[in-house]
Write a protein that binds this ligand. Sequence first.
Ligand code: HGY
Ligand code: MN
Ligand code: MN
Length: 415
Amino acid sequence: MVMEEKKKLTLAQQTAEMVEWLASFGGSKSGGVTRLLYSESWKLAQEALKARMEEASLHAYYDDAGNLFGRLEGSQKEGRAILTGSHIDTVVNGGKYDGAYGIIAGVLALKYLHEHYGRPKKTIEVVSLCEEEGSRFPMTYWGSGSMTGLRSFDDVYLLKDQEGTTFIEAMEKSGFGKGKYQHPGTAHFDCFIELHIEQGEVLERENKSIGVVSHIVGQRRYNVTVNGESNHAGTTPMKWRKDAMNTASALIQVLMEKSKRMPADLVVTVGQMIVEPNIPNVIPNKVTFSIDIRHSDSDIIQSFCQEAFESFEGLARERGTSLDIHKWMDEQPIKMCENLNELSTTILQTEGTSFKEMTSGAGHDSQVFGQFIPTSLLFVPSHKGISHSPHEFTKTEDLEKGINLLIKILHKLAY
Ligand code: HGY
Ligand code: MN
Ligand code: MN
């Protein structure tokens, strides 16, 4: 679709077109989207977004981690810029909106502001953050983490994906990490505003258009590796086995049973399991499974992990197996910026748009930026609360309400 035609489209039509367009990068026949960090579909999406940013009269540029920025230069040379955006990577077979919506909202908001108000006083930038999910390598928030210093290049070089490709190989193959672009940083940003789908169904159930997030829950992720002994499924008596799967299933039951005795808003998920040698007639000698634990109070997360892991060692020993427990993510609960939230709620009250102040059970790049610069996270409803799935859906009119709010916030802050 050429630029001229795009200009005549309404904001709602541009939004709907851009959602489908971006979802085509890594899109599958099942309607899911898979765009993993530094993969071919990730690279094509970033390159295509760069062109869209330039079409929208933004100055587009990368940093050395592969974060892509679109800048609407302000007339005031001094002073720091306002940043908006979200992450371009997805989970495997995820939805069209998680991360992508925040980038689309930023590009269309800056395009609208430039077309209707010309040059701002303060510079505004939209960022397509290279990675947030932790779907390819065992590490999350690489985009926002590399910008804020929460993650360093040293942390990631030797990480490997499930195919055995190292992080540095993948990064360099997609053209980053070699010093060709500026080093990631947040030095010239004043604040960060992220639009995101709720990924829950509170807004839809309560018929509210916007979620203004007050806090994001704390989140920990572990990989637990059980080491046993492979052997013949037919000739090895049960009492002689060192069965890594038997132990893993006992440990997972401990987690699920223990969670029933914890506050209802503690959530624990075992989402990934790697079995070796993963053959029906061989007793597994190694099972690695992930644990994702979240709660708004980090002391509750700590006590849950401590008590659960205490029983792990004994259960493993009883079954002739041993354990390695590796914590690879530990983000504290964080409060969002009250001033920015007040700006949003004032705009919403004035225009009569329904909203709800709420906690986020999902982690977001705002959880990282919020540790360094004033940050605001704003939700639009997810149909039936479904996310991380091809069935993720948000109505265009809800997407548009979020973008209109972003336009008003940025206009207030930058013009
Ligand atoms: O897992 C999460 O909370 C987010 O979608 N990365
Ligand atoms: Mn996600
Ligand atoms: Mn997300």
